[in-house]
Design a protein around this ligand. Structure first.
Ligand SMILES: C=C1C[C@]23C[C@@]1(O)CC[C@H]2[C@@]12CCC[C@@](C)(C(=O)O1)[C@H]2[C@@H]3C(=O)O
Ligand SMILES: O=C(O)CCC(=O)C(=O)O
Ligand SMILES: [Fe+2]
Length: 348
């Protein structure tokens, strides 16, 4: 008999993996390290070509030379751990309500899978106080200060990354500054997802976060030091069994992922990378994923300067909320559903 969802099972004190959290073995496919996973120092001259190559082939790269103070990363991580250490009934005070982006709960993509994931998260969209005030009556100011400071640093980094990536598509400075959805980034909401992956007694049975692509332009991910768990699908994967490539934490780097909206903006040139998170026996891993996307009212379609007589638009324009709505129905078929008939992508 199929098991019922077991949302109340406490993954923090588990001694085994119950059926509700036990994933079929086809999810536990080969994992490798790949020394060609790109590392880009964005403070180095001439890195534009490397960024472009990474976005085309992997749809992901480590970014170093980013200028975000290490001490801020430590403080973000400490506040995230403080948040996840709250008792379950306190965390539930900030549970994500239907129609709202912010809040506490299992990863939103969970609804597409019959098994539960070995993780939980808080989404902070906009003002962190909206969530923090529900959890701590008087002592939320430090949490909010740290998350706001981090949001500002992420916005700065987002602007730098977006500009470099547009240059890598062959746009000149002037055109790069005129791409509507990118010009408007400062107006975009800050969306920060704090994820917690407690140690798991039977890590081979469980799944931290199931395979997915992110929906926005780019995701900037900080992962805590330790065993890691992030894996990506490498370049040139065809229809055979997927070879997952581990992307372990690096103290000097964020992982940048290309999301579906950048795949659309680049008219299919950049790969929206599939990734997932596996868990481990000994380490309580936390991560902070900052989602870069356009303001809610801005339509994202292929950049017109990338189109020509031999290459029409491959996708129709969509806003981020519209696209999230499509994903909420179709999940990993969402990109296909905004693809225009008759146009092919010439990717690798
Ligand atoms: C803006 C968003 C991106 C996100 C959906 C959300 O509304 C807030 C949570 C984000 C997240 C985090 C975990 C993985 C993911 C696929 C999910 O289910 O929720 C992403 C979403 C996304 O990239 O679409
Ligand atoms: O925790 C991680 O490494 C990745 C999390 C993730 O994929 C996400 O929040 O979208
Ligand atoms: Fe993700």
């Amino acid at each position: 008999m199929p098991s019922l969802p077991n949302e109340h099972f406490d993954i923090y004190s588990a001694r085994n993996v119950p059926d509700s959290h036990s994933w079929p073995t086809e999810h536990h496919v080969t994992v490798a390290r790949d020394s060609s996973f790109p590392v880009v120092d964005i403070s180095a001259p001439g890195m534009v070509v490397a960024v472009g190559a990474a976005c085309r082939s992997w749809g992901a790269f480590y970014v170093t030379g980013h200028g975000v103070p290490e001490d801020l990363l430590r403080r973000v991580e400490a506040q995230a751990r403080r948040l996840f250490a709250l008792p379950h009934h306190r965390k539930l005070l900030a549970a994500r309500r239907s129609g709202s982006t912010s809040g506490y709960g299992p990863p939103p993509l969970s609804s597409f899978f019959p098994k539960l994931m070995w993780s939980e998260g808080f989404t902070l969209a906009g003002d962190p106080l909206d969530v923090a005030a529900k959890l701590w009556q008087d002592d939320h100011s430090l949490f909010c200060e740290v998350m706001e400071e981090y949001g500002k640093e992420m916005k700065k980094l987002a602007n730098r990354l977006m500009k470099v990536i547009l240059l890598s598509l062959g746009l000149d400075e002037e055109k790069a500054g005129r791409v509507g959805p990118v010009k408007e980034l400062t107006r975009a909401p800050s969306v920060l997802q704090l994820n917690s992956y407690p140690p798991c007694p039977e890590p081979d049975q469980a799944m931290g976060m199931a395979a997915h692509t992110d929906s926005g332009f780019l995701t900037v991910l900080h992962q805590s030091d330790g065993a890691g768990g992030l894996q990506v699908v490498g370049p040139g994967e065809g229809n055979g069994p997927v070879r997952w490539i581990a992307v372990p934490p690096r103290a000097d780097a964020f992982v940048v992922n290309v999301g579906d909206l950048f795949h659309i903006l680049s008219n299919g040139r950049f790969k929206s990378v599939r990734h997932r998170v596996v868990v481990n026996r000994g380490d309580h891993r936390v991560s902070a994923a900052y989602f870069i996307g356009p303001p809610a009212d801005v339509k994202v379609g292929p950049i017109r300067w990338l189109l020509g007589s031999d290459q029409g638009p491959v996708f129709r324009p969509v806003t981020w909320p519209e696209y999230l709505g499509i994903r909420a129905r179709l999940f990993d078929k969402a990109l296909d559903s905004v693809r225009l008939p008759g146009n092919r992508i010439d990717d690798d």
